[in-house]
Design a protein around this ligand. Sequence first.
Ligand code: PMP
Length: 287
Amino acid sequence: MSRVAYVNGVYRPHGQAVVHVEDRGFQFADGVYEVWSVADGRLADFEGHMTRLFRSLGELRIDPPMSREALTRVLRETVRRNRVRDGIVYLQVTRGTARRDHPFPPPGTPPSVVVTAKSMNFDALEAKAAKGITVLTQPDNRWGRCDIKTVGLLPNVLAKQAALDAGAGDAWLVDEMGLITEGTSNNAWIVDKDGALRTRDIQANILRGITRQTLMEIVKEEGLTVDERPFSVEDAKQAREPFVTSASAFVLPVVGIDGAKIGDGKPGPLAKRLRDLYLDKTRDEAI
Ligand code: PMP
């Protein structure tokens, strides 16, 4: 029996059911989902899952794509079209499709909605339950692998949007010790109050920025040194020059932190020089 999926208002053959390449679910994991068990063609624990769905949407400030009643109709229709008696129905709602950028897309961007359903062999599930399972313990590090450049960027997206909502240009993320880890899409640096150029070491849970790496080489070529030592929010506020690095922003001066002006509130000389040196080197050597 051929499967059918609901995608943004249309029921399509499963193999042709696609979302846009710039769907924020695909680009940022910027979405939520729910799964209902289907028992004899009916949705089990219906209210609990629906309530959690609307709570999840609210927490992420994703507009509900439709009313509960309309959504219920889509869930039931997907179950019906797939002739599921025992199985599951899966719903995913994302922040929609927009040009890839961390901040939320413009208001009015419609959320994406995907619903799929699949049959499961109830007897096989019962047989499995009769035997039980074994488990392996693993460290709970969800998500503690920021050194991997994954598309699981929802925390970055939410921090970036919080910064924009507060009138700032980006967020700097702070660990449990009050030390800056990195920006939402860049590495964080300071020239501290004593003039030392500092950026956090890569043992820490940060992305190993390529711009950071190249800038470190440039700094050495210039006869300067980089101190790979973490710095606190207070260190950053008292710094002569905070700045960030990334492939898309190069070297970008930071002139205010948490509403406080840094120095005279203008980009500092070293950040400007490093930006020029970085652009010269990388543009010359680009292949
Ligand atoms: N940290 C994070 C979280 C990022 O997303 C990025 C940019 N992709 C960076 C740092 C900077 O990395 P790169 O210099 O390689 O662009």
